[in-house]
Write a protein that binds this ligand. Structure first.
Ligand SMILES: [Zn+2]
Length: 105
């Protein structure tokens, strides 16, 4: 590899790193701004990351895809729990009734 090529490569690498850093900076600035946007007395928080979100957002999650995913999983397990909460006492009552019917019959 010639000296010129080496320098060119190094310059390109540095430029790429600078671009990456600028991108990261822009990203964090954007996030800060988004947070500032909802600095109102009436707001709610994302149930996953607690970022302030508008009061009327439903479900109560921010725009992050990971939060939506986590919320979905949480909702599914909550639903399962609710089903079990009704299902198990139902089965227990059914068993007791069957036993009573067997005893009397
Ligand atoms: Zn969130």
């Amino acid at each position: 590899m010639s000296r010129k090529e080496k320098i060119l490569k190094a310059a390109q690498k540095t430029a790429q790193e600078a671009r990456d850093a600028a991108q990261r900076h822009r990203e964090s600035e954007r996030r800060k701004r988004a947070r500032r946007e909802f600095q109102t007395p009436e707001h709610r928080h994302c149930v996953i990351c607690w970022a302030p979100i508008p009061l009327d957002s439903d479900p109560a999650i921010c725009s992050e895809a990971t939060c939506a995913e986590k919320q979905e999983k949480r909702e599914a397990s909550r639903k399962r729990l609710t089903v079990m909460l009704y299902l198990f006492p139902g089965i227990a009552i059914l068993l007791v009734m069957l036993q009573l019917m067997g005893a009397s019959g």
